[in-house]
Design a protein around this ligand. Structure first.
Ligand code: CA
Length: 225
């Protein structure tokens, strides 16, 4: 999953980015409201973490403008600790959730997970699709026969994206954008390597190649050996 973090406190932003990356997210950072708004409109993020006190354009205005343009990306706003009015303003402007500063990164992670789950219409914390169950904390996948397979960071991010979009054709470019951290790594040929590794673990039918278009996640069926 790809996140946008809009936060002008550079030290806080770098720390959060490291924590979120460790948790398996690809993270882009913007340090002011204008850049943040632009990036949020250009890139199809899974969620945005938006500070309200930002240079160039306040977070609240950024959020209002996204919503005015029908950008429905899930947004959690970061507010000052006891500022109930900021929380109300944020929710009224179209935020999905809020978190008061300072906060524990575990709470931010839990809220992002919950927000993305709601967007996907899931009530449960474990991601279970087509015979596979993804353990997001241990970064491993249980197959239809209850064998667990540990995943590397990139394998985990790729499989999570597949499992969030089962049965859909996903282009290499789209997969690359949601799986990788840095532009430098945006070589879509690498996706082929990771798809092959996931097939080695889950069976060659788990991910189908759609010639010229990309991949479709199929998963496993119970009756298969
Ligand atoms: Ca700020």
């Amino acid at each position: 999953m790809r996140l946008l973090l809009v936060e002008d406190d550079v030290v806080l932003a770098e720390g959060l980015k490291a924590d979120l990356s460790r948790a398996g997210f690809a993270v882009d950072v913007a340090h002011d409201g204008v850049d943040g708004e632009f990036m949020g409109n250009e890139v199809d993020y899974d969620a945005v973490i938006l500070d309200l006190g930002l240079p160039k354009k306040p977070g609240l205005e950024v959020l209002k403008d996204w919503r005015k343009q029908n950008n429905t990306v899930p947004v959690i706003v970061l507010t000052a600790r006891d500022a109930w009015n900021e929380r109300v303003d944020g929710l009224r402007a179209g935020a999905d959730d809020y978190l008061g500063k300072p906060f524990h990164v575990e709470e931010l992670l839990a809220r992002i997970d919950a927000m993305v789950r709601r967007r996907d219409g899931r009530a449960d914390a474990s991601l279970e699709v087509a015979g596979l169950r993804l353990d997001e904390e241990r970064q491993e996948v249980m197959d239809a026969k209850d064998n667990s397979h540990p995943l590397t960071g990139t394998e985990f991010r790729l499989l999570r994206y597949f499992m969030n979009h089962p049965g859909k054709i996903l282009s290499k470019g789209r997969l690359t954008a949601h799986v990788y951290e840095d532009e430098a790594e945006h070589d879509s040929n690498v996706i082929e390597v990771y798809v092959r590794r996931l097939r080695d673990k889950l069976g060659s039918d788990a991910i189908r190649t759609q010639r010229g278009q990309g991949y479709v996640f199929i998963g496993q069926r119970e009756d298969k050996t």
